[in-house]
Design a protein around this ligand. Sequence first.
Ligand code: IVH
Length: 725
Amino acid sequence: MSKQNCTGGDKSAARVAQLVTLRYDACTQSKKDQARTLELMVRRASKKKTVAEEAEQLRAELRRHEELYYVYDSPEISDAEYDAMLTRLQEIEEAHPELQTPDSPTVRVGGRSAEGFDEFLHRRPMLSLDNSYNIEELRRFDERCRKLAEGRAFDYVAELKIDGLSLSLHYERGVLIAGATRGDGWRGEDVTGNVRTIRSIPLRLKETNGNLGKDLEVRGEAYIARETFERINAEREEASEARFANPRNAAAGTLRQLDPRIVARRKLSFFAYDALAGDRKFFATHREGLQWLERIGFQVNSHRALCSSIEEVIEFCNRMEAERDKLQYEIDGVVVKVNSTALQDEFGQTTKAPRWAIAYKYPARQATTQVLSIVVQVGRTGALTPVANLQPVQLAGTVVARATLHNEDEIRRLDVRVSDWVMIEKSGEIIPKVLKVVEQKRTGAETIFQMPTECPVCGGHVSRPEGEVVARCVAADCPAQLKARLLHFASRRAMRIEGLGEALAEQLIAKKIVGDVADIYNLKVEDVAALERRAEKSATNLLAQIERSKTRDLNNLIFGLGLRHVGERTAGILARNFRSLERLAATSVEELDAVHEIGLTVAERVRDWFDDPTNGRLCERLRAAGVRTEMEASVARSGDAPLAGKQFVLTGKLPTMTRDEAQAVIEAQGGRVASSVSKKTDYVVAGDDAGSKLDKAIQLGVEVLDEPQLLEILNGQMDETREVA
Ligand code: IVH
């Protein structure tokens, strides 16, 4: 225990000592002096923090700096200062375990290398790239390369610059043994446990090509797809956590999570772009290296071009800039590389970057425009979302007229007012976001926006519980909520009822034909055809769609019911674990909480939803209408969770993985890890010193795997689910 901890530890003793000294000093002085000294001492005494207060303050400060770092991309302090604060908090918590909180930054270290990760020394430095920002700079790069090639002809490979963070992966005899971040290029962090949860990273290579796979380093970019990024931010908002500013920050924050299970849940992806053996490249061309990486099981981005001139490179850059929004992930430019590895070696490198490659950076997609008004939308859970209506402006090929402001706190943080000029940006999110206010353009005529205290649609009461960022309309019969619920229920990833769009939902609600989602199943052709602008043919089509929706899978139904905190992924977990709506409805908070990946908050919300008698009746009416509420066997084999339904038991010490890592990898693919062997167990994974669990497995005839066999199963599954780039 440190000296600081001893002195600061006993709050009451320190306080009494101060007061005694204070009284003693006061007696020896004149009345006036006494009064002044007393005042000073009281001030000093009240300034002296207790350890509990210090810990609380450190936690708040650390959280603020994490947010500045990850969310706003604008750190105020150095890494060293951050680490010093974190270390102090760790010291306090070690000395006073009663002061530990489950959400302390010491358990969920949001980023910097704390005690969590070992240092990883890169065998070859992970260099950076020189940047070019326009075509002229790209042409100058070409001229430099031509000069270095001294008249020899050569090609370039142009590939996308993925906006994530680089990783170095090490394979020994075809098995992944380590994964590290770039760090400063020389020293990174050993994040092997986290890397193993990334499904696009093979744990075992498909073929090792003799010597090539013996000792292999693969470099590439870990990233978070746009859709996943949206999901993570929605979940964070629900949990009153700050949103990540962009997918890159989300990927960086995720890779440095100490708990690999959180990493598994966040679903990172990986594109490989380089293969090295020992300290050399083993293919004559970069292109062949990429093709080999694909063959041995990596995702290599398919948007790449072999270019025999810089003009072809420029054409690729322009084409991909136009296609940028169609990609499922963020890019920030194109990387241009000399194809011949012999020439690469000849050209060499500076201390910072290779001479044979350059990044062509796309300009930031930002624009300034004026906020015409701020309106509030009401979502299916009653959440009020402020949205800025903008003076329409061209941004990266589209006209933007709206930007989300997320919530009241975000409006206050940005200090956005109606009539303000704002800078907006497209980055990762589908709807552009407001980056900042252009304060120089303020005239004084701007008006501060107030969140409504009543629902703007139904006039119902709005509540924002303490500590939450989301304000909600709590009226049960709010038509805006009902409309959002209907649209969500009918959406593609839920019950997929095509034809049930916004206009029809509004008509059905206004005419009081539909009062909840179950009413959809009572609709008759005449009901729909009688509505304004509805023909009988489209009504018949709609009813056919509704009929078909009755056989959607249980996970789609659970997702469609729109329980708070239950997104598509959680709905899948609930469906796989409980296999029917009835069983789910009858499950206690404890049972729900015991399901891996379901936390207490979700467990409580799920229970709350089913405890509401209106929802109970809704489920009953859905079932009575013929909606399937049982899980279909095929879902267990769905691509989303290749090991869904498979139960594993781990025993003994595995050669390269810790138990937590093995569990995280299995669970990342939908499998479950149980603590004891039974007839229900599909596989027992046994390492050294396996004990009675192994005996039981043999006795019950359960299949026993060693680590390489486990990796094969995990890998085999990965092949089936590989995304096509
Ligand atoms: S090659 C020595 N290729 O960009 C060359 N980098 O700004 C090393 N990046 O640290 C990198 N996509 O994290 C290369 N197709 C790609 C890339 C790529 C993204 C990142 C990488 C690197 C950074 C440099």
